[in-house]
Each structure stands twice: as C-alpha cells, then as structure tokens.
Design a protein around this ligand. Sequence first.
Ligand code: GLY
Ligand code: MN
Ligand code: MN
Length: 451
Amino acid sequence: MKHARAPKTPDGLHYRARRERLLQTMHETYGGGLVLMPTAPELFRNRDTLYPYRSESCFHYLSGFPEPEAVLALSCDRAGETRHILFCREKNLERETWDGFRFGPDAAREMFSFDEAFPISALEEQWPTLAMNQPALLTPLGLYPDWDRTITQRMGSLRAQARAGNAPPACIVDVRDALDPMRMFKDEHEIALMRHAAAITAQAHVRAMRFAKPDHFEYQIEAELQHEFLMHGTQAAYPSVVASGENACVLHYVSNRRRINAGDLLLIDAGCEYQNYAADVTRTFPVGRRFSAAQKDIYELVLAAQRACFDALKPGAPFHAFHEAAERVLAQGMIDLKLIKGPLDAALETGSFKRFYMHRAGHWLGLDVHDAGHYRRGERGETPTLLEPGMTLTVEPGCYIRADEDIPAAFHNIGVRIEDDVLITKDGIDILTATAPKSVAEVEALCAENP
Ligand code: GLY
Ligand code: MN
Ligand code: MN
C-alpha cells in the first residue's frame, strides 16, 4: 500500500444529510427545537504554543468544518421548517498571513452546505431569537466548562424576558444522546475512511517489525510508526504505546524511553487518524530472537482468544458476547499453563484470571478511538446492545504477566495484546486491519528481515 489512493472526502451535502436526520429526530421527539453545537476550543500546550488543532468529533460529524471558533445552529419549527446555520471566524488577511487560511462565512456556507453563515461574533445577538419559545435545546452538556457557563447564562437572560411573552426552551438535553446512536452506524464514506486509516496503520506495524532491533530505544520505533503515518498524510490517533519487556505489562505505557533488550517482547499499540477517523491496532513481537517457548504459549493463547472473539461477532449477538468468549479462552489457557487454578467455571466465577487479563476485549471505533455509542441500555443497563451491520469496533484480548515471585521465571514480563479493527457485516465481520501480520510464522519472518 505504498501509494494507496485516498478515498474521496465527503462533500457538504453529505454532512447536511446527517444534520437533516438529527433535525428529523428532534422534530419527532420534541416537536421542533434548536441544536447548538460548538467545536473544540484551541488548547495551549505551554506559554503561547498551541496543541495541533482537532475539531470536536460530533461537530465534525455534522459539518466537516475544520476550523476552531465555530458553532453550528440547527433549528426546526413546529411545522418542520429547518435552518442550517454556521457561525465561524471571519476572513482576516492579517491573521491568515500568520496562521493560515480561513474559510470565512460566505465560502463556508457554500462548501459545507449551510443555509446561512455568520461571523462567530453574531451568535451572541442571534441566539435569543433562535432559542426563544423552542420546545427543546440540544447542546453538549458537561463537555466544555466555558460552553456550559455560556448556555446557563443565556438561558437565564432569556428567562428574564418571560414577561414579554418569550420563554427559554422548555428542556435542555445533551445533543449526544441523539447523535451517539447515529454515529454507531458507519456509512460508506466513513467505512472508506476507516479502511484507509486501517491500511496505513497495518503498514506502520509492518515497518516497526522490520525495523526493531536490540539496543534500539522504544522511541526510535515510535519514530518509524510516525514516519509511516505522516508519509500518508495522517497522524497518530492517540499516543503510541511502544512497550518492551516489563513495560508491555503497563496498559497505558506511553513514555517510550527504554532501551530494548534481545529477546524482549515488544508490544506496540498504535493507530493513525485519517480525516478524523481512527485505527487502533496492537501487535506484539519478539526483538532480536524468535519467540521463547513461554512467549509463544502466551502469544498463541491470545491469538486463540482473538479467534474466539471473531467467531462470537455477528449481527444479533450482544456486544459483550465476544468479551466473554475471550475470557473463557484466556482463563482456560492460564489454567493449562498453571498460572491460575481450575476448574474453568471457578476461575470465571472468582475472576482469578483478571490478574493477567484485566481489560475489556474491545470498544466502538470511529471518529473517536473509544467511539460514541452505548454498550448497554435500560434503567440498570440490563439490555445489551446487539451488533448490527455497519458498526465498527476493536477486538483486543491480551495477557500480561508481571515478574511476581509465585510465577515461573520463564513467564516474567510477558505482555501480549493483539488488536484488530472490525466492521460488522450482514454475514459476520470484515477485519479492516487484516493486512497487519500476526501469526507466529509471519511475525518471526518479518522480524528476521532485520538481523
Ligand atoms: N489504544 C487504546 C485502546 O486500545 O483502547
Ligand atoms: Mn483499543
Ligand atoms: Mn489500542
């Protein structure tokens, strides 16, 4: 996939169709209303240096508009008449000389298929007219403290106008309650973007396997991953975990500073983000040698657990079924290797296997690495989400054995996770990251390319 053709960027009408669906839901639920969705604020890293900018995912989902300081307003009256409005930064040639291009309201309206667009400064003045006497306001709550404060203050000032016959929206609800269920089902554009992110990510893992040698520092392997991501116009979707030896047993290890020893396992959890869509992949391989017998036992066990997960993934299956499949296989394997006591039912009942496998087997994946969407529903979470075609998730069983005294030395510091990204199809699954090698033979062959 050296020069894979990038999928087409969805056009403005595509985002508009998503907005129409949200408006339709709002109309059916509340008889109209107003959506106010801000994008993410810019964040300082230190002094006057900003972090690279990334839009808020729901805002992106509804607009595709990439700039900070923007709010979208979608309104729907009782008759179902809708307005799609964008508030964004104005053109400013001086600022553009320093910081780069800005669409400005006119070009943004056209490009992203809004009915109207105004400078962000106009929101303050227009907000009362937009919100007044609406049955509902849908906006993120508890996402950005400044936005929460703004909303509360604006609601207060609308309430003060009650004597003039104006009322604030009768209810305020979190817009994500309506958006998250939409985001759980990926359309063909999203799937194309995710396939692209997955393919580049798989290639980055291959590059890392070919490159890694004893005495390399973990950050040097991270540099290889970054090279592959950046060369394809993407960036890391989350801080890469490049964890060798004992670090492989630290689930969120990201400092990546250790020098790698011959015979260490190297666990790499890294994925790129392409046009805001993430891949999330983990591969584990031995550096400078073949797998030791104990490393291979654990690696094959995790592979078997992942296969069991794949078998449990199909339309109609409850979300957590594949996690339970992973637990069964891993717990039985740990019993067979005498890491925990049997029988299997007792190990599952007591959770003794969690000493070596303590996380879930996967999560929704999309615009966010841990993507929007519910896993259970009902008052007490008693109704599991059932899998349906179009959903995308990770499948990532693992096993992590620290150097504890009661564990045979051969198993010390073996941390293995194998993580792939999967699309639920009408017949089962499509593994988006299948080109990242993972059988023992494939992995050893790639590592041997760098003697
Ligand atoms: N890379 C984050 C995760 O695997 O959940
Ligand atoms: Mn993951
Ligand atoms: Mn991961």
